[in-house]
Design a protein around this ligand. Structure first.
Ligand SMILES: NC(=O)c1ccc[n+]([C@@H]2O[C@H](COP(=O)([O-])OP(=O)(O)OC[C@H]3O[C@@H](n4cnc5c(N)ncnc54)[C@H](O)[C@@H]3O)[C@@H](O)[C@H]2O)c1
Length: 342
């Protein structure tokens, strides 16, 4: 890309990120000889819809993009998914670059090539696989990320330790304070390792037909909690944290995960400031007590990974090793939920 002088680039960002970083990227790229246009959608998950896609196609036309042009997603996972979907479909696909600015986007959504928008009926129901030509994660941009968003991103970081790399998990435990305080040197190592793990997992299953499902550890309950709380109260990582505690409990009961290892997971999440029980979640989602088991169970049955309405969970037999497709009896699911919800 660096050699293509005169190349047209459309920067897509959101109303929080654009005022902080938009100008810097626009000017830097302009000085490097590129022709830059820039647009921001309102911040928040509500912008990840087909209306915004239509608006952005219009902006791409107005900017004179052609099939050789490039779209640059500057922001968190919302912008990455939205701009990525626009790039995947505009003129049957133009190249795109991800510049993730949230921890979640750096360690998760910018790697793997999944792009999507939401429908009124549910999240990520329309999408495409479209790999970015480059992912540029500037760790200094995390300095402006609100604390709650940052901590939420740490849940996915912990997940990589559980599903893939026990030594990495131990490293996170030993340096939890450095992680919590956004120590840049440690973060560089952490973000790098998470991207490596995700890339390794995706490489064997780019189109998500099998092994990639291990990335879903903690996500079956998480998705149900997010839909049960209207998507705007619990952040994704907070829901994943609760989902991992739920999965760890079931793992100990059904897969032989030592209780001591399940306890280490709960302790690490807690140290990092993530919720591990209903009382922790209550401060974030005030309608938490209204969550009924039947609704949770129904949402689990609607999960994309469920088969014949039976949820299929990812469970661990030890830290660093998980199995996908575990069908868990309803009584066990309910019992684990009873413990989590308190
Ligand atoms: N494609 C995938 O594989 C994948 C994986 C996981 C999640 N996702 C998607 O990612 C989205 C969630 O991403 P997210 O958690 O990054 O949320 P987000 O993009 O909505 O960002 C969270 C908030 O932080 C603000 N923000 C972002 N960077 C900032 C910065 N550096 N400084 C100050 N404020 C900043 C945003 O404006 C927003 O208000 C969801 O739509 C989810 O579906 C996709």
């Amino acid at each position: 890309v660096a050699a293509e002088k005169g190349l047209k680039i459309l920067i897509i960002s959101d109303s929080n990120v654009d005022p902080i970083y938009g100008e810097r990227y626009q000017e830097g790229l302009r000085q490097a000889g590129f022709e830059i246009s820039r647009v921001a959608v309102p911040a928040g998950e509500k912008s990840k819809d087909l209306q915004a896609v239509g608006f952005l196609y219009g902006q791409a036309m107005a900017a004179g993009l052609d099939r050789s042009s490039l779209i640059l997603a500057l922001g968190g996972g919302m912008v990455g998914d939205l701009a990525g979907f626009v790039a995947a479909t505009f003129l049957r696909g133009v190249r795109f670059i991800q510049v993730p600015t949230t921890l979640l986007a750096m360690v998760d959504s910018s790697v793997g090539g999944k792009t999507a928008v939401n429908l009124p009926q549910g999240k990520n129901l329309v999408g495409a696989f479209h790999q970015p030509v480059e992912v540029v994660a500037d760790l200094t941009s995390l300095a402006t990320l609100p604390e709650r968003e940052y901590v939420s991103g740490l849940a996915e970081v912990v997940k990589y330790g559980v599903i893939w790399d026990a030594a990495f998990f131990k490293d996170l435990e030993s340096h939890a304070e450095r992680l919590r305080s956004r120590d840049e040197a440690f973060l560089e190592k952490v973000v790098g390792r998470c991207c490596e793990i995700k890339a390794e997992v995706v490489a064997v299953d780019e189109l998500e037909v099998g092994p990639r499902a291990i990335l879903n550890f903690g996500h079956t309950l998480a998705h149900a909690l997010e839909s049960g709380t209207g998507y705007d109260r619990l952040l994704h990582g907070e829901a994943v944290s609760l989902g991992m505690v739920f999965a760890a409990r079931l793992s100990s009961k059904l897969k032989g995960l030592p209780e001591s290892e399940a306890a280490r997971l709960v302790a690490l999440l807690q140290t990092l400031g993530l919720p591990v029980s209903g009382s922790d979640a209550l401060g974030r989602a005030t309608d938490w007590p209204k969550l009924a088991w039947t609704d949770i169970r129904e949402a689990m049955a609607a999960d994309k990974k469920a088969r014949m309405k039976v949820p299929r969970l990812v469970l661990a037999d030890r830290l660093g090793s998980v199995t996908t497709g575990c069908e868990v009896p309803d009584s066990e699911l309910m019992e684990a939920w009873d413990v989590i919800r308190q």
